[in-house]
Design a protein around this ligand. Structure first.
Ligand SMILES: Nc1ncnc2c1ncn2[C@@H]1O[C@H](COP(=O)(O)OP(=O)(O)OP(=O)(O)O)[C@@H](O)[C@H]1O
Length: 363
């Protein structure tokens, strides 16, 4: 299933039919040329190949690649990688080991098509918090620091598009947590589209605005982030759950809770885990949502929300089933047993109470 969107902003368009032994990539994608688009999918689904085609590192005859009005590949025309104004950040930092961090950045500045002014250079260095490590050689940097320099280097060529291929995958959880806020700042402070390949649902839930799910070289679903993850028939390996965005509108100091208000309702969350009360995202896994026909009063679950069933999964595993619920204009998914579906006569349109036990606060 592919959701075709009509984006008002200039789009990144990629059409490709690649057939090689054991792998085919068939795509006709139109992505917004703004914000962060996550490319999500299992190992071998074609994520890196897609980025390489966009970058011109892989030349597949008959493909089309456009960034807004700029054509990078069409018919016989093929713009080589070095002439595409793009930055590429890989899993490993790949810095020149004989150059300091500053010299690595200087190398990129010289390569930029446009003149890079001092103000932009300072902005990028500040954005990535690397001013104090610029005199160090790569061997003297931690993995997280080296990756921040690599991201700065990619940005200093003033790309029109930034491709990031699992930029956090080689880092441990502590280093990932250190770098994620910098990626969020890129998102909020630079007006640059980013295609971000990841295996991590947490990363995607935290960073992305838009998502593409690939499976076996095909797009399974594409669209706005919360819509993508509210689909019932995503591939098996993707943890079933939805992402809700909102802001904190009230605190309960006695019980150390914060009220997250979103389009259609509210939840209570632990107060201490809130980072930015104006922009909170939570991931609600389907397995953490239970259903009841009446509002339970004798339960420890704090979040009991009136909801309406809008869909029930058809593709099924033997015991459980996914139920899609509307809470106002928002959606959550519950994973319940088939037995419960029958015993409670759960059908499309029915009003129920959703009890939400735990929520991961991702932003
Ligand atoms: N240079 C190559 N020559 C031939 N086959 C390749 C080449 N690079 C990748 N492949 C194959 O193409 C398919 C897609 O690979 P790709 O690296 O795009 O997947 P991916 O989704 O990025 O995977 P991962 O998450 O493991 O990085 C795989 O079957 C892979 O083995």
């Amino acid at each position: 299933m592919t959701n075709k969107n009509n984006h008002n902003t200039p789009a990144i368009k990629v059409t490709c039919q690649l057939n090689r032994a054991g792998f085919a990539l068939n795509l006709d994608l139109e992505l917004p040329a703004k914000g962060i688009t996550a490319i999500f999918g299992q190992s071998g689904s074609g994520k890196t190949t897609l980025l390489r085609i966009i970058a011109g590192l892989e030349q597949v005859a008959g493909s089309e690649v456009h960034l807004g009005h700029v054509c990078w590949q069409s018919g016989d025309s093929f713009v080589p990688t070095y002439k595409r104004q793009l930055g590429y950040v890989f899993q490993e930092a790949n810095l020149f080991s004989h150059l300091t961090a500053q010299q690595n950045l200087d190398y990129a500045i010289k390569r930029a098509d446009e003149k890079v002014d001092a103000q932009y250079i300072t902005q990028i260095i500040d954005l990535l918090g690397i001013s104090s490590i610029l005199s160090q050689y790569p061997a003297q940097l931690s993995g997280g620091e080296a990756q921040r320099v690599a991201i700065a280097r990619a940005l200093l060529i003033k790309p029109k598009l930034l491709l990031m291929d699992e930029p956090l995958a080689s880092l441990d959880d502590a280093k990932k947590a250190e770098i994620l806020p910098y990626l969020e700042r890129l998102h909020s402070e630079l007006n640059m589209p980013i295609l971000y390949v990841s295996h991590s649902m947490q990363e995607v839930a935290r960073l992305a605005d838009h998502a593409v799910v690939l499976q076996d070289g095909k797009v399974v679903v594409e669209g706005e982030l919360t819509q993508v993850f509210s689909q019932l028939n995503l591939p098996e390996h993707i943890a079933k759950g939805t992402i809700i965005s909102g802001k904190i509108t009230e605190y309960d100091d006695k019980w150390q809770l914060a009220k997250l208000t979103f389009v259609g309702g509210y939840f209570w969350l632990p107060k201490q885990s809130i980072i930015n009360p104006e922009d909170v995202r939570v991931q609600i896994l389907a397995k953490d949502v239970a259903l009841s026909l009446s509002c339970p009063i004798d339960t420890s679950v704090q979040n009991k929300i009136s909801a309406r069933i809008v869909d029930i999964q058809t593709a099924q595993e033997p015991t459980t089933i996914l139920v899609k619920l509307a809470i106002g204009e928002s959606t959550i998914i519950a994973q319940v047993t088939k037995k419960s579906v029958q015993m409670l006569s759960l059908t499309q349109g029915k009003e129920v109470w959703a009890m939400i036990k735990t929520m991961a606060i991702v932003r």
